[in-house]
Ligand binder design. Structure first.
Ligand SMILES: C[S@@+](CC[C@H](N)C(=O)[O-])C[C@H]1O[C@@H](n2cnc3c(N)ncnc32)[C@H](O)[C@@H]1O
Length: 250
């Protein structure tokens, strides 16, 4: 795992967001304030950063291909819902969304029926009487410590049909390949950490963890999934390596 530090996101300086803490993964208060500020500076979908949009559309196209034949689908941690908007615009039916709080849902919520929107934490925010065929999580794992991520996947397993599938998709790092660009970033990060310890460099907000593909795999297996397939998406405008892994309950 590699810590992710961010100074600004979607043009918002993170040290202006309530609950800013360079040492702890942000909680609900941070995200609520962040999204409040986000919607003050972004009026509609057209205001989104083009590189970020390219990254999300790349993921959305891939997810769309995995949903063929799937009836009841849930997106966990949908954020502002850019992937889900793409899926709806492409004709997705029986798609549902879940988020921990309602702040990010300002644009996406009106596009769904009220029964298809689940707000709160798992498992409380879900009616367990009907299971899902497919659950996907895009860029959500980073918010969790490793053991919490395994427990979270285990809870997700309980929401799936026996033949259901869970897809995790997220940018990853892959230092074992010794790619020059990654190695350079890794060394730069180590230097910045030292400068930050000396209080001459501001690392920004610690937002969570970037994981290696082996960690994603290990978490899936530890949570009781059989890994069906895994791979990488083609490079997009933001990330060279977006990893995906799909599992089914054992
Ligand atoms: C970077 S955003 C990703 C949003 C979206 N999936 C995407 O790919 O654009 C991470 C989201 O995970 C959500 N999240 C954090 N902890 C969560 C939890 N315990 N359950 C569900 N969502 C969570 C956050 O609220 C945030 O909106």
């Amino acid at each position: 795992m590699k810590p992710i530090f961010v100074k600004q996101w979607h043009g918002i300086a993170l040290n202006t967001v309530k609950g800013f803490n360079a040492k702890e993964i942000p909680g609900k208060e941070f995200y609520a304030d962040f999204y409040g500020k986000f919607f003050q500076t972004h009026e509609n979908w057209d205001d989104l950063d083009s590189d970020w949009l390219d990254h999300k559309v790349n993921s959305a196209r891939f997810i769309q291909g995995r949903l063929k034949g799937m009836e009841r689908v849930l997106s966990i941690g949908c954020g502002i819902g850019i992937i889900e908007k793409y899926l709806l615009d492409s004709g997705a039916k029986d798609l549902e969304i879940q988020e921990v709080s309602e702040e990010p849902l300002k644009w996406i919520r009106p596009l769904f029926s009220s029964e298809a929107v689940h707000i709160g934490r798992l498992p409380e925010c879900q009616d367990h009487s009907r299971k899902y065929d497919y659950i996907f999580l895009s860029c959500v794992d980073y918010c969790f410590e490793f053991h919490e991520w395994i427990e979270f996947l285990d809870e997700i397993k309980g929401l799936l049909n026996q033949t259901g599938r869970c897809l995790v998709i997220a940018p990853t790092f892959h230092l074992s390949n010794f790619e020059c660009s990654e190695l350079k970033l890794w060394i730069m990060f180590k230097i910045k950490k030292i400068l930050s310890a000396l209080r001459i460099y501001d690392l920004g907000q610690f937002v969570g963890w970037r994981r290696h593909k082996n960690e994603f795999h290990h978490a899936m297996v530890s949570a009781g999934f059989n890994v069906r397939e895994e791979g990488f998406l083609n490079k997009d405008a933001m990330f060279s390596k977006t990893y995906w892994i799909e599992g089914e309950p054992i």
